[in-house]
Design a binder for this molecule. Sequence first.
Ligand code: NAI
Ligand code: MG
Length: 500
Amino acid sequence: MTASADSKTTDLAGRVLAGEALDNLPSQHFIDGTWQGSESGAMLDTYDPGCAEVWHQIPAGTAGDAEQAVASSQQAFEQWRKTTPAQRAEVMQNAARLIGENAERLAVIESLDCGKSLVDAEWDIGTVQKYLNYYAGAADKLEGDTIPLGPDMMSFNILEPVGVTTHIIPWNYPISTMFRGIAPALAVGCTAVVKPAETTSVSALVVAELLSKAGLPDGVCNVVTGLGAEVGAPLCQHPDVRHVTFTGSVPTGSAVMGMAAKNIASVTLELGGKSPAVVLADADIEAAAEDLVMAIYENAGQVCSAGSRLVIHRSVHQQFLEVFMAKARQLTIGHALRRPDVAAINSAQQLAKVAGYVDGAKARGLEVLMGGNVTTDPVSGKGWFYEPTLIYDVLHQDCIVQEEIFGPVLAVQLVDSDEQALSYANGTDFGLAACVYTRDITKALRMARDFDAGIITINQYFAGGVSTPFGGNKKSGFGREKGLEALRAYCRVKSITAKI
Ligand code: NAI
Ligand code: MG
């Protein structure tokens, strides 16, 4: 038992840190309201990145499992689409309540599986509740239009659910990304098959059963686990799936779009980013520096919209970096259940990717002003961690600026004018988020207009919430999640016109 576990022996996280195993963890798919083993019987190990050890196993799903899940969701759709909006809202509100009652256990599970700080996992569970309540409230507000065609005609539009939807989930925000997709889908009357990432599947299985206990009919939300190519792909190319919501890498997103295209199914793609935080000369430098520390180091930079590029006016950069690095050097690193500021890296593979980018930068002679090393949990000496890192004065064409690293690595780009800042901000293949720091609101709004990105913030990097649309331009994808915008993906318009 560690010192920090000692002080927490009254709560679940403390007991788990001290060696207690969580009981009743699911190790089967959740299909049609019941637990079901994989057709193949094969299992996959899932790791706790905070100590790099296997902590549980999940089913290695197959095309046969995917087929069963889609068939169940297709059947359930015929029932769920006929429920009233109020009935759907009630189930979703029940689910939000039940998830709240299970929040401590869910957060510990999410922390262990992802490596993310328990602080962040608790926030994510709260976000899940917000998604459920927000979209429950939207269920009875899906109003259509009337179209004036003259006195002897009557024409109106109604919104219908598209049908079975597939949700392919990444490993950085597993449970909150799942509900970002399924909450609007369920609210409009669609059914959902969820395929979590193979390294972070446990929370999706736990929550699938909670949805069922909240009153969600069997098959309305099925969860199957396993590798993307083996069970994810069949869920994207199944002819009965009408929409695929995907969050992950650009190559996999492109492949998913190709699979859905075979059936003319629609897709929402939320892919990566290389999002700029632009600090102009007149910004509140201290406030900007404090804000940007977590814009890049939260969840160890494994955030699609992370502020991974600092585009800063040369005249203020020294003052900025002093404040930024002083604060960043105080960040704690460690096992998720010790509530660190900086989380573990989710897999050995991802850690190698991050280290590879920084080692390459060093080899090219770039200046690493802070961090730049693989590290471990300071208590156990184990786990997959990377130091908060800052790479100084990087050329715009360098891969450290152009490619998504998905780790705690900030690239600093110095500029001499606002025009150059904008040109650098827009100068990558991505277009997910962009933030500008300035005291001049006209400048800020002009930049907001000119940024080529889907999510713009001013003077606070992660401003917004479940009600603000989220999604990107260019290779960051298309379609918008969150907010009322998200409902569009799960509805189709039917126009009805009568001669009277
Ligand atoms: P990935 O895009 O391959 O995985 C994301 C999800 O897609 C997982 O659930 C995976 O099982 C599934 N998947 C993989 N192949 C599939 C296929 N053929 N058909 C259907 N589903 C499939 O990403 P990966 O390899 O885990 O991470 C690689 C990089 O992707 C990261 O380093 C990061 O740059 C980026 N990424 C971006 C995320 C974002 O939030 N936009 C989230 C996760 C990763
Ligand atoms: Mg794991």
